[in-house]
Design a protein around this ligand. Structure first.
Ligand code: GAR
Length: 201
């Protein structure tokens, strides 16, 4: 059986990337192989995680290109060079165009740190999501892994997991709990679900 070749796109610390690397190593993504990590900026810690795991990596920076179309063409180029069949957005902080997304229809997934359709869409990323959840006063939040379509955080949901909000939570504390209790668990699980589907297609 040929494994589905996965690229993980990152912009920051890469704890979700680490969860994927650890899951693959533990044999929990048997139908997928993390074949490439692409960062949207240089120097992010996610790149060190990739290097430590022996995974090829690259940087494709939006500001190195005159417009979004040429940036996305460069990104597509790198993905094609590595024979990538599936993309995982793991804390990737750029919104990709409908044109780009079409190339990976039903083959690109994203982890979002809330229970979609709450606290999602344009402007809801990273700590802002947890700030919004705390400001609203919800007692339960969580994480969602979904397919990426042309609507920000709007694609079909693959997995969700709820996490309690506790008295005294700050956005940072809540972010950590959502990562530990939801994101790092459901992202590798969803990656395997989709990698398996693609490997059998
Ligand atoms: C994660 O919480 C992820 O869900 C979120 O950014 C963080 C990245 O952390 N993504 C979004 O908000 C996307 N809308 P990481 O770099 O440690 O994985």
């Amino acid at each position: 059986m040929a494994k589905t070749k996965i690229a993980v796109l990152v912009s920051g610390g890469g704890t979700n990337l680490q969860a994927l690397i650890d899951a693959e190593k533990a044999g929990n993504i048997p139908h997928g192989e993390i074949a490439l990590v692409v960062a949207s900026k240089p120097g992010v810690f996610a790149l060190e995680r990739a290097a430590k795991a022996g995974i090829p990596s690259g940087v494709v920076e939006r500001k190195s290109y005159p417009d979004k179309a040429s940036f996305e063409a460069a990104l597509l180029d790198v993905l094609e060079q590595h024979g990538i069949q599936m993309i995982v957005l793991a804390g990737f902080m750029l919104v990709l165009s409908a044109d780009f997304i079409r190339h990976f229809e039903n083959r690109m997934i994203n982890v979002h740190p809330a229970l979609i359709p709450s606290f999602c869409g344009d402007g809801f990323y990273g700590l802002h999501v947890h700030e919004a959840a705390l400001n609203y006063g919800v007692k339960v939040t969580g994480a969602t892994v979904h397919f990426v379509n042309e609507v920000t955080d709007g694609g079909k949901i693959i997995l969700q997991k709820a996490v309690d909000v506790l008295d005294g939570d700050t956005p940072e504390i809540l972010q950590k709990r959502v990562m530990e209790q939801a994101e790092w668990i459901i992202l590798p699980q969803a990656a395997e679900i989709v990698a398996k589907q693609l490997s059998e297609a």
